[in-house]
Design a protein around this ligand. Structure first.
Ligand code: NAP
Length: 281
């Protein structure tokens, strides 16, 4: 293997340390509220991790667990109570929601100033406009990781595989923002010859949710490969990138686990700190 490993765990630990240092100098403790609907085991693990992170950096954390048969109205009432709670700076509704609940409507209920997942249409709109706002955690984590390793972005070709509102689209906007200045292609399941497109990339981001979709033949030598995908294959976590052969060709690569995942969690903390500072002045 010749590629440099981009260590998301280590960079995430730095982000957490920066947040903890900033919190220690505040006259208040930022508050993060999480809402978990139902008892999906993976969501429980994610939410537990977010609480552990929050308490480690000195936040107050408030956890609300409601049954899977909660109505849309009850869920939105809970969100409204958290919007009104002065101790709560950030609200995270763990997605996906159980069948029958409208995730978009729930996210739209969150006060955009407390939308630390950065998925409210208002915050996504600010991103389109290139204005300051709370940015979605996974794309923000990818950009932070690239910055940490001083991977050149300006003037480079970035190809993102996946066009979800959670990852691909906002990341495309962030990488092509003025001042960041990549030239971005967003590919998807109808893109045609995917390998021909991805081989153009200096920075290749795989965010498709398709195990080992990206092989060595998809990658130009020296490319930076960021693997956002999380797939479970035979009980093992694998990304969208076939790690071993791609690491022979790539210049730098993120592992799964230990790459983008920890960065996503860390950026939630950074967003909560930002939200608290803005709200409390
Ligand atoms: P999503 O909403 O399902 O979107 C997947 C996107 O990938 C879609 O745009 C889809 O195209 C495209 N796609 C799927 N298969 C493809 C293929 N064979 N070739 C080309 N494009 C393909 O998923 P998501 O929420 O963005 O998540 C993507 C992956 O990232 C998942 O594995 C998820 O678990 C993971 N994830 C990880 C983190 C983290 O912190 N590491 C955070 C969020 C998500 P169409 O639009 O044409 O259907």
């Amino acid at each position: 293997m010749s590629a440099l490993i981009l260590d998301g765990k280590e960079v995430a630990a730095r982000v957490r340390a920066e947040v903890a240092e900033a919190v220690a100098s505040l006259p208040y403790r930022p508050g993060l509220a999480t809402v978990l609907v139902g008892d999906d085991p993976a969501s429980q693990v994610y939410v537990r991790g977010k609480h552990r992170d929050a308490s480690e950096v000195g936040f107050r954390s408030f956890h609300h667990e409601v049954p899977a048969d909660t109505s849309q109205e009850e869920l939105e009432d809970l969100i409204e109570r958290l919007n009104a709670d002065p101790e709560v700076d950030g609200i995270l509704v763990q997605l996906p929601l159980p069948a029958g609940l409208d995730a978009e409507a729930a996210v739209e209920r969150i006060d955009p100033a407390k939308d630390v997942d950065g998925l409210h249409p208002f915050n996504l709109g600010l991103l389109v406009l290139g204005r300051d706002g709370l940015r979605p955690c996974t794309p923000a984590g990818v950009v932070r990781l690239l910055d940490h390793y001083e991977i050149p972005i300006a003037g480079k070709r970035a190809v993102i595989v996946g066009r979800s509102f959670l990852v691909g689209r906002p990341l495309g906007l962030m990488l092509s923002e003025r001042g960041v200045d990549a030239t971005v292609t967003v590919a998807h399941s109808r893109s045609g010859d995917l390998a021909a497109i991805t081989r153009e990339a200096d920075i290749l981001v795989a965010a498709a949710g398709a195990a080992r979709l990206i092989g060595a033949g998809h990658v130009k030598p020296g490319t930076t490969v960021i693997d956002v995908g999380i797939n479970r294959v035979d009980g093992k976590l694998v990304g969208d990138v076939d790690f071993d052969p791609v690491a022979e060709v790539a210049g730098a690569i993120t592992p799964v686990p230990g790459g983008v995942g920890p960065m996503t969690r860390a950026m939630l903390l950074a967003n909560t700190l930002t939200a608290a500072r803005r709200r409390r002045g």
